[in-house]
Write a new protein. Structure first.
Lengths: 650, 677
């Protein structure tokens, strides 16, 4: 569909780039003045929206999870306030049931007027470190409803005609921990939006308001045109797959399906998530905004050169079944959507697109995880309340012609930085004991996944301290494609290596901690791509030298037999004949292993004959590692997927 | 007869040579090809081409790409990292982020030290600097022997929290020195005692991999130069906008990771100051990219967010340069959405712009400039002829795509290129609270003067300065700097919880260290200047601002006031009721190096004598007959009215219709820009 253009190409290109520049200027200002360490580590986004709330331009470094939601919150403000929006007004919104993501993502919407007419909305969105609720950091994994999770802010006016509404802002921030810092974030976001306004007014002075408004719509048309042109060249058809959340904690055994069906027509990409599970009893559900965003972000990953704005959303359309895990209504809890539904939708999209654009194929990547420790710091007399709020990098999925990226931020937002422990140790009585790559964590494949990471610590001077975890994929383990194998289960461990060692799983809340307790948890590696028996044995050797892969698993996962000659000098040897034999042996037996009775696998594991990697990679079996019981339903579901993604390609 | 000051800027393709004869005040410039395989050679070739003898040279200062090339190509000595148990992967994990957040096939560069060469020892220091676990010296010694067996050539030591207490690092260093005599070793607490393990480790690793390379390079160059009769120190430019001598090169090799990058910014600052401007934006536009820098109140902006490759920061302060992919060779193209784009792809040196007749067929900025008559067909000395037909054919592609005439297409290409550059200039000016109307634009590099006037108009910059030798102006920057060291230290405390006395004591210790460095460089007391800064922020914020503080003070109040003012200028808001936190202390040590005094010339001769020809040049949608002048013959004091073109060997200056240019006593062309509003 060719849309008519009225701007000459030069004016268009200049204004388009000018909009990118304007949004980047807002982002830079926010980064440099914010108070929340979460924002500082780049969990934020900015947008220029038109008077209807459509996104014209977003930041070039925005968190993926925010991409498809900024127009929704802009529209929510317009819907609620209509004609009652005036120059000097500023609005605040964080409502996931109105298109937001979760309460922490708090958005300032700043209307811009020209000669009395509303022409644009500047939006600055930051993840506030705390928005109240029962748990520090506002993550309550046990929440079923949003009451108590944190402060829900529907579109609300915080400046009226230039007048700061102190009382309104007060009632908001006084419901949060460290209200002064939240005021700092709010001010930072309002000032950043002003930077955008100043720049827009300068453009209007130079080019005239009608030209700028025309460019607003032409930039959207441009992205639409660009996207449709790409779609035209794609094969047409329908593809579908399923990814899973680990469980509904109230139900127990049984992975929670998220079904994604994608249809490519002549000029559109249609997603249908029908058949996805009804919403579950914990906060891993997604509201409609973040689920939409999952399909946009999953698609965009395969079209990295297309800028994102509402023009893109005209081409990519998504149906989300009501009352489901991908479209949970108020008051169902959705704050953990980022670890739950969102990344499952994204990874399912990766798999679908890997079939259509194999040159950009990508296996599953590790799951986003947030570990929160909150309590009283007894290192000094002030006994301040501390929040140790941590997330990790991990392995990305294997690719068509190369291994997955090692130790990279989650697909949820590759721009999100991990935190330095030296900063954390100043702020909290938590001593980091290790922050390192996990040997063998990468899902094996012709091209293995990226390596995962482990970070552990010890509590030093604490009182009244608890730990909570927002994670997933201890059961729906990071999977491979095109014959590749899974990586490792995620989940936190308390007091590892001691008599009181305890696997706590991926979602838990308020576990009490004592001085001297230690903990650790992995961020998984990425899933492998392609049959690991076809991996170049010299690549396996290099991995062994770097201890990305152990000698033992080089044999088990890749069938490559390596002898250590002198590790100090990096001297190893491949036994070619033994490798041939081992590879034949695995090839001849692996289908049988994959069909082994799960009960027998449970017995072998309990007897110490096999480890967690064997359980999932060799047998495709899912266990509950808090009890070491096999999970028959989850295993059947996981094997069904693995049959299609892996076994069918051997 | 010792009389010349020699500056050499070794770039990726060309080595620029700038010679200033103190006696006559004459300037000689030339270019030779760079010789990356044998980096000294290009420099010696340049000296030969300038017909200089070692004993004629009074000062030799230069910028080099030796460090950059070694890093990017990973041609590094076998280097080991020794770190705290549990932390050997910090440099590979980085902050986890990627530069391109969407393209999953665009990877972050691999670490400079492979995992097999990263080792751990038991030891631990806490956030206050208390030793929780002393270094396991036996384990360290065993490791050192292993490193010896591995024929390790260089060692980086970086322990967690060593910025608070470097005791364990120094013990480890001592053991390594005992077991591996002669091997290069550096510790993070000596290189950069600042908080954040990844940034400090990354800086230390880069220092360790470059230490042996840069030391070897400078020694070799010294030998060659001594053979030619040059007896003085060789000065090397570092990214902080100063020079160092061979005595400190090993200690701060990481500062030479991109030695030449600061040269252009420094030259631009100097030129602007000569012309009486304290605020200037430097635009160094070459064949493939443009470097933009900013000077405010006589000081160039400094940044700490700096890396050669994304993900591996170098924590030393560095001159802030914004590089964008816009140059003479940048390609114009139509994307799938139907938009006219310019760059960042470039035709490079090969095949080059279509008009170079080296096989290029795609339209570049140079082709568009030729179509518009802004570039002449024949270069001044006749050494090269541009092919107008080939340029027409290339630009015609864009004309056909968009239904333009040839000239409209060429003009559109230039407008888009200028707009991209003005967006970049806006990011480091308007965005930072600077108003371009208060600035002068210094346009240099091979293509800067072609675009400068219209770009300035676009940005409402009132003045454009085109220096006498724009093509090699950057090299001149090497002669215009002082010896400079930046010492920094993390120091986190609320402003109200500290006293002037305590801070002064901290500063005193740092100044002592700075003094020793200057002494090692042979700088006399009279030539030394030390400046102190406090990094301040509102408590709760994450970034800080460096605020200058006097040598002696009794109260922090005036310093806090300057912080509030600076915050308001930079971010458009401040709040005097908010508590302020100190984040770090810095001392900058300057050893003044005598600088050349560029000569001023008397007005002599007539402008008419410089008139070469007239030719049709396209401005404002039409061809107009423009005077074309030979720059060498233009007298000081001449006034040139646009439309006009000024030709010289290394560049072409465009003065559009309605603009007026004047040549000052230093032979700079100063263009007054007609602003639209």
């Amino acid at each position: 569909m060719e849309t008519t253009r009225t701007l000459d190409p030069v004016t268009f290109e200049v204004l388009k780039n000018g909009f990118v520049n304007l949004v980047d200027q807002m982002a830079e200002q926010m980064l440099r003045t914010c108070y929340s360490f979460v924002i500082y580590n780049r969990d934020f986004s900015c947008a220029l929206c038109d008077a209807e709330g459509n996104t014209i331009m977003q930041g070039t470094q925005d968190i993926s999870v925010h991409v498809g939601t900024l127009h929704l919150t802009a529209k929510a403000v317009l819907e609620d306030f209509g004609d009652d929006i005036h120059p000097g007004d500023v609005f605040l919104v964080n409502d996931p049931y109105r298109g937001g993501t979760h309460f922490s993502d708090t958005r300032v919407i700043y209307p811009v007027f020209y000669e009395g007419r509303l022409i644009a909305l500047m939006q600055t969105n930051g993840h506030w470190a705390d928005v109240g609720g029962s748990n520090p950091g506002s993550f309550d994994v046990t929440a079923k409803e949003h009451y108590g999770e944190g402060m829900r802010i529907p579109p609300v006016r915080i400046y009226s005609k230039g007048q700061y509404l102190k009382d309104v802002v007060n009632i908001i921030v006084k419901n949060m921990r460290l209200p002064e810092e939240r005021l700092g974030d709010l001010r930072s976001q309002v000032e950043a939006a002003k930077v955008g306004e100043v720049q827009l007014q300068a453009m209007i002075r130079k080019y005239g308001v009608e030209t700028v408004l025309e460019a607003f719509s032409e930039v959207q048309n441009y992205v639409e045109r660009l996207t449709r042109a790409k779609v035209k060249t794609l094969p047409k058809g329908t593809w579908e797959t399923v990814d899973y959340i680990d469980m509904d904690p109230e139900v127990g055994d049984g992975l929670i399906p998220i079904r994604v069906k994608m249809t490519i027509t002549d000029d559109e990409i249609l997603y249908d998530l029908s058949g996805s599970h009804p919403y579950i009893s914990c906060f891993l559900n997604a509201g409609f905004g973040s689920a939409l965003s999952g399909t946009y972000a999953g698609t965009k990953t395969f079209f990295p050169e297309i800028p994102l704005n509402s023009g893109f959303y005209r081409v990519v359309k998504t149906h989300l079944p009501e009352n489901s895990v991908v479209n949970a209504p108020s008051p169902v809890a959705v704050s953990g959507y980022c670890s739950g539904s969102f990344e499952k939708i994204m990874n399912a999209c990766f798999e679908l697109w890997s079939n259509i654009m194999p040159e950009r194929a990508l296996a599953c990547s590790f799951n986003l995880e947030y570990l929160l420790i909150g309590g009283y710091d007894t290192r000094n007399d002030a006994r301040d309340y501390f929040m140790w709020y941590d997330w990790m990098a991990g392995g990305h999925g294997g690719r068509i012609d190369r291994d997955g990226a090692n130790t990279t931020s989650p697909v949820f937002g590759v721009g999100l930085s991990v935190q330095p422990c030296e900063g954390q140790e100043r702020l909290s009585p938590v001593l980091t004991t290790k922050h390192e790559i996990i040997t063998d964590s990468a899902g094996p494949g012709k091209y293995r996944g990226g390596c995962g990471v482990e970070k552990g610590g010890q509590l030093t001077d604490i009182e009244g301290t608890v730990m909570s975890y927002c994670c997933d994929r201890s059961r729906s383990i990071t999977w491979g494609i095109m014959g590749g194998l899974p990586s490792i289960p995620q989940g936190a461990v308390l007091n590892p290596g001691s008599d009181s060692e305890q696997f706590l799983g991926t979602i838990f809340s308020n576990v009490p901690l004592q001085k001297g307790d230690t903990f650790t948890r992995p961020a998984a590696g990425g899933g492998g791509l392609g049959d690991p028996l076809e991996r170049d044995m010299y690549a396996v050797l290099e991995d062994v030298i770097d201890e990305y892969v152990s000698i033992e698993r080089a044999r088990k996962d890749y069938g490559v037999i390596i002898q250590e000659i002198d590790r100090d000098l990096d001297q190893f040897e491949i036994d070619y004949e033994a490798t041939q034999r081992e590879r034949d042996y695995i090839r001849n037996n692996r289908n049988a292993w994959f069909n082994e009775d799960p009960k027998e696998v449970e017995r072998l594991y309990r007897a110490g004959d096999i480890d967690q990697m064997d359980v999932v990679r060799k047998y495709g079996v899912i266990m509950d590692y808090t009890t070491n019981d096999v999970l028959p339903i989850s295993t059947a579901q996981y094997r069904e997927s693995m049959e299609k993604r892996t076994v069918a390609h051997w | 007869m010792v009389q010349s000051r020699l500056a050499i800027d070794v770039g990726g393709t060309f080595t620029d040579v700038f010679v200033f004869n103190e006696e006559t005040g004459e300037v000689f410039v030339t270019k030779t090809s760079s010789t990356p395989a044998n980096p000294e050679q290009g420099i010696l070739d340049g000296i030969d081409k300038a017909q200089l003898k070692g004993q004629d040279i009074k000062v030799f200062s230069h910028g080099t790409t030796v460090g950059t090339n070694a890093l990017i190509e990973r041609k590094l000595p076998k280097t080991a990292l020794v770190t705290t148990k549990g932390f050997r992967d910090v440099t590979e994990i980085r902050r986890g982020t990627k530069e391109d957040i969407w393209d999953m096939y665009e990877d972050t560069a691999k670490p400079y030290i492979k995992r097999r060469d990263r080792f751990e020892v038991p030891e631990r220091v806490d956030y206050e600097g208390n030793v929780l676990e002393a270094l396991d010296e036996e384990a360290m010694r065993t490791l050192a022997r292993k490193l010896k067996r591995r024929e390790t050539e260089s060692v980086a030591i970086c322990f967690v929290n060593s910025y608070m207490n470097g005791e364990n690092e120094l013990k480890a260093k001592k053991i390594i020195e005992e077991e591996l005599p002669g091997v290069y070793v550096c510790t993070s607490s000596e290189v950069l005692p600042e908080m954040f393990e990844h940034e400090r480790m990354s800086t230390t690793i880069i220092n360790a991999v470059l230490g042996p390379i840069m030391s070897r390079y400078i020694k070799k160059l010294e030998v060659e130069m001594h053979d030619r009769g040059y007896e003085e120190d060789i000065l090397v430019l570092h990214s902080g906008g100063g020079v160092m001598t061979s005595s400190t090169v090993p200690k701060f090799a990481a500062r030479l990771a991109s030695s030449g990058i600061a040269a252009g910014a420094i030259a631009s600052k100097h030129i602007a100051k000569l012309c009486g401007f304290d605020n200037a934006i430097g635009l160094d536009m070459g064949g493939t990219s443009t470097d933009i820098s900013l000077m405010h109140d006589g000081e160039i902006r400094i940044t700490k967010d700096w890396a050669i490759e994304y993900g591996y920061p170098i924590g030393f302060p560095s001159i802030e340069i914004l590089t964008i992919g816009a140059g003479g060779g940048s390609l114009a193209w139509k994307d799938e959405g139907g938009s006219l784009r310019n760059g960042p792809q470039s035709a490079g040196a090969m095949p080059g712009p279509a008009c170079y007749s080296r096989g290029g067929t795609e339209p570049t900025n140079s082709d568009a400039n030729l179509v518009l008559g802004r570039l002449g067909v024949k270069l001044l000395d006749g050494s090269m002829t541009l092919d107008k037909d080939k340029a027409d054919a290339a630009v015609q592609k864009i004309a056909s795509e968009f239904g333009y005439s040839l000239e409209e297409a060429a003009s559109a290409i230039i407008e888009v290129a200028n707009a991209n550059m003005s967006d970049a200039v806006r990011l480091i000016s308007v965005r930072r609270g600077y108003d371009p109307r208060d600035f002068a634009l210094v346009a240099f590099g091979g293509a800067g003067p072609l675009h400068g006037a219209e770009l300035a108009q676009d940005l409402n910059i009132p003045i454009v300065i085109v220096p006498p030798h724009p093509g090699v102006a950057a090299a001149m920057g090497c002669l215009l700097v002082d010896v400079r060291h930046d010492i920094s230290k993390t120091y986190v405390k609320n402003a109200v919880d500290t006293t002037a006395a305590e801070l002064l004591e901290q500063f005193a210790a740092m100044k002592k260290e700075a003094k020793i460095l200057l002494e090692e460089e042979g700088i006399s007391d009279e030539s030394s200047t030390l400046m102190n800064y406090l990094d301040l922020r509102y408590k709760g914020q994450w970034r800080s601002l460096a605020i200058p503080v006097p040598d002696d003070f009794e109260s922090l109040l005036p310093i806090l006031e300057s912080f509030h003012e600076e915050h308001a200028r930079e971010f458009a808001f401040s709040d005097e009721d908010q508590p302020v936190e100190i984040y770090g202390l810095r001392v900058t040590a300057i050893g003044t190096v005598p600088k050349p005094e560029l000569p001023q010339f008397e007005a002599q001769g007539q402008l008419e004598a410089a008139l070469k020809e007239t030719r049709p040049v396209y401005f404002n949608n039409e061809f107009v007959e423009a005077n074309v002048y030979n720059r060498e013959l233009i007298p000081v004091g001449a006034v040139i009215e646009g439309p006009a073109i000024v030709d010289q060997l290394d560049t072409t200056t465009v003065i559009p219709t309605g603009f007026v240019a004047k040549v000052d006593a230093y032979k700079n062309i100063i263009i007054s820009v007609t602003t639209e509003y």
